[in-house]
Write a protein that binds this ligand. Structure first.
Ligand SMILES: [Zn+2]
Length: 87
């Protein structure tokens, strides 16, 4: 399975157990094999490891013209405009 790690973030869990409330949790966000953004809970060591794997820049393939367009990973959430095809 190929993962593309998008980001690693620290969040606080609010479990049903009140003693555990406010526990720090690390989550890794990645693209799974279907291109869907997925998150997974990891421990601190894994989080540090995944942080080194975070990709900042992507190359998107334009289906219209077949050119690769470089873009920030945040563009995944929006539409990517291809400079070769115009607006
Ligand atoms: Zn294009």
């Amino acid at each position: 399975m190929i993962w593309i790690v998008i980001s690693v973030s620290k969040e606080y869990s609010h479990g049903a157990n009140h003693k555990q409330e406010g526990t720090e949790c690390w989550y890794v966000y990645y693209l799974n094999e279907y291109g869907k953004i997925t998150s997974k809970r990891v421990n601190l060591l894994q989080a540090l490891y995944y942080k080194t794997k975070v990709k900042k820049q992507y190359e998107f393939l334009c289906e219209e013209c077949g050119n690769f367009v470089k873009g920030n990973i945040n563009l995944l959430k929006t539409q990517i405009a291809c400079p070769h095809c115009g607006e």
